[in-house]
Design a protein around this ligand. Structure first.
Ligand code: COA
Length: 172
């Protein structure tokens, strides 16, 4: 149902169309993207893709339905999931959960990391719910890390360790 395939230039227009305004851009891209999102920024982002940064378009039912990235250290001890977004038309159908589950499989089975981490803005209840459901544990808070909707918002650091993942998804 879900496939993570490499993000390519042909995906830029879809991604730009899925992000409605500056607050949504920050929710997705953090401090690394400037409104309005454009092809130049996405080309520079896409060019970072490689062994240490995987950038994905999420396919659902054969159509582009989201985006995510995963960075990993050279020693493969840890990886970080980022830039999670589900296209507005595909939300509320379990796409994020399936996507994060597949990203966990890539991290723990393919890359062999010990820890998968992420950051989520504290007021993003839907995203936090998805991560908690899939075993991510709240580890700490970075206070007032971004400005969204005219107010400073905290970022919550979350992580899941390999034994915690295996308790949920036993090794095949
Ligand atoms: C957050 C986001 C990725 C969720 O994608 P999605 O495909 O709609 O998520 P799913 O359908 O897989 O799951 C959503 C879950 O959150 C729950 N949920 C939705 N809104 C919620 C809210 N306000 N509070 C708590 N839970 C909420 C749903 O009930 C569902 O859980 P359930 O299956 O246990 O009922 C999507 O809304 C999005 O792309 N938002 C904009 C970008 C963003 O915030 N990215 C996250 C960056 S960390």
């Amino acid at each position: 149902m879900i496939e993570l395939r490499p993000f390519v230039a042909a995906d830029f227009a879809d991604l730009i169309s899925w992000i409605a305004g500056p607050d949504e851009l920050t929710m997705w891209g953090g401090p690394g993207m400037r409104w309005p999102l454009d092809v130049t920024q996405l080309a520079a982002y896409g060019a970072q893709s490689g062994d240490r940064l995987r950038i994905w378009t999420v396919m659902h039912g054969g159509k582009p339905a989201g985006h995510a990235s995963m960075s990993a250290g050279v020693n493969r001890w840890t990886a970080r999931l980022g830039r999670v977004l589900v296209a507005p038309h595909a939300r509320g159908r379990g796409v994020a959960q399936a996507m994060v589950r597949e990203a966990q499989r890539v991290a723990f089975d393919d890359l062999g990391v010990h820890r998968l981490g992420l950051g989520v803005y504290a007021h993003n209840d839907a995203a936090r719910h998805v991560y908690e459901r899939l075993g991510f544990v709240r580890e700490g808070v970075t206070r007032e890390q971004a400005r969204i909707g005219g107010v400073w918002v905290d970022s919550v650091e979350m992580g899941i360790l390999e034994p915690e993942y295996r308790a949920l998804v036993p090794k095949a």
